[in-house]
Design a protein around this ligand. Structure first.
Ligand code: TMP
Length: 396
């Protein structure tokens, strides 16, 4: 049974940056109600009413994974590790974005699947790319009884797909006998510990725990056999999954992770009710900080036009009332307006000027990288505001 525990209110699509604030554009903006539920049977945490993926993964998809140094480095490292460990003949990536992970393998081994046409167009000149959604039909088109994938990789994508049963059935069909599915997705335990409710937005249909994922993949004759914590996206997990009959033994590391999740009561609805209360307090605290700073005539901007900050701004109703503009390094986002609250987005070169007193860390998951980059801002007395793990002004 699914039980609702969090209501984040009326939300736009987190990726739908507006080209202008004209009446015509604003009248077409899509909103839905974002609430989050817990499944008491398999422990899965999900957006209660997911948006149809056809509206989300279009030829206007803005996110380019290659633009972050942190992600480029992390993907190069894991690609090297997987290649050495599993010696794959065929590697497929589901949700290959701009190729940041899969380009690390030899061209002849690569199969990329990317439904956003603008991104698929970027990589199809370099290696085999299918501009499609991942499903059983596509799996049967790519693979056969004699041709299977040794590694299937998918970062921040499986948790975006509403139909998990079909997704994992199609993966089971596509994997070789001892093939490995490696997925990376935000960690539910980190969300609960950090009060990072902004990990919930339309694209994050699920935030997995190892407990829930192991239950879900079983239904497709797959087995979660290993898992590890990773630092990306503010606390993620990497999961290793194989066919039920494959040679891999379940690792001690996985045992510990499952035990810890039980200890932290991720299988108990009450945990989520308590989380929901903390989220409401976090909202109140953040608004209070903004109000105090504004009453002192401070100039506040936001750093990073992230999808996560779209949830925060629309949940807390933070717009031009508090924030002058948002800076973002992505050329595609510059000159546009944030979804729902319509705050203008400009480049950091233009935006991080001497008039800025405070910058909200929209990209809090890149805090280290950003604080290093913005030494000048901090040196002259500029301060960052964050809401993770609690709403506060950072002391340095
Ligand atoms: P993500 O959290 O979904 O990966 O998005 C990060 C966004 O933050 C992306 O639009 C780029 C932006 N960003 C900056 O503007 N400056 C930075 O220094 C970093 C690290 C990210």
């Amino acid at each position: 049974m699914r039980k609702k525990f969090l209501n984040l209110g009326r939300q736009p699509l987190a990726n739908s940056f507006l080209p202008s604030k004209s009446k015509k554009i604003l009248s077409k903006e899509f909103f839905y109600n974002l609430s989050v539920s817990f499944n008491t049977t398999n422990y899965l945490v999900s957006v209660t009413n997911p948006v149809n993926p056809k509206f989300q993964y279009t030829d206007k998809y803005a996110h380019r994974a290659s633009e972050s140094f942190t992600m480029r480095t992390a993907f190069a490292k894991i690609a090297k590790r997987l290649n050495k460990k599993y010696l794959p003949k065929i590697v497929m990536e589901i949700g290959s974005n701009d190729g940041v992970f899969i380009k690390n393998f030899p061209k002849r081994k690569i199969i990329a699947v990317e439904p956003c046409k603008n991104l698929a167009n970027l990589t199809k000149k370099k290696f085999k790319t299918f501009p499609n959604f991942w499903n059983k039909k596509l799996a049967k088109k790519i693979f056969s009884e004699s041709r299977k994938a040794d590694i299937i990789f998918s970062a921040n994508t499986i948790s975006h797909i509403p139909n998990l049963k079909e997704t994992f059935d199609a993966i089971e069909y596509s994997l070789s006998k001892n093939g490995v599915l490696v997925i990376e997705d935000p960690s539910l335990l980190s969300v609960i510990k950090n009060n990072s409710y902004d990990q919930f937005y339309d694209e994050h249909v699920y935030i997995f725990s190892a407990l829930a994922l192991s239950n879900v993949v079983k239904k497709s004759n797959l087995r979660l056999f290993n898992s590890e914590k990773i630092a990306t996206h503010g606390g993620s997990m990497r999961y290793y999954i194989c066919k039920d009959s494959a040679r891999f033994k379940n690792t001690q590391k996985l045992d510990l992770i499952l035990k810890n999740e039980k200890k932290m009561k991720l299988n108990n609805f009450l945990t989520y009710k308590k989380f929901s209360k903390r989220v409401i307090n976090s909202k109140k605290k953040l608004i209070k900080i903004f109000k105090i700073l504004k009453s002192k005539n401070k100039k506040i901007i936001s750093y990073g036009a992230t999808y996560k900050s779209s949830t925060v701004f629309n949940f807390c109703k933070i717009g031009n009332n508090f924030i002058d503009y948002v800076t973002d390094t992505t050329l595609n986002k510059q000159g546009k307006f944030t979804p729902g609250q319509h705050i203008p987005i400009i480049s950091p070169e233009e935006g991080m000027n001497k008039s800025v007193d405070f910058a909200f860390l929209g990209a809090w998951n890149f805090k280290k990288e950003i604080l290093k980059k913005e030494k000048e801002f901090i040196k002259r007395g500029g301060k960052f505001i964050t809401h993770v793990p609690s709403a506060k002004i950072l002391s340095k």
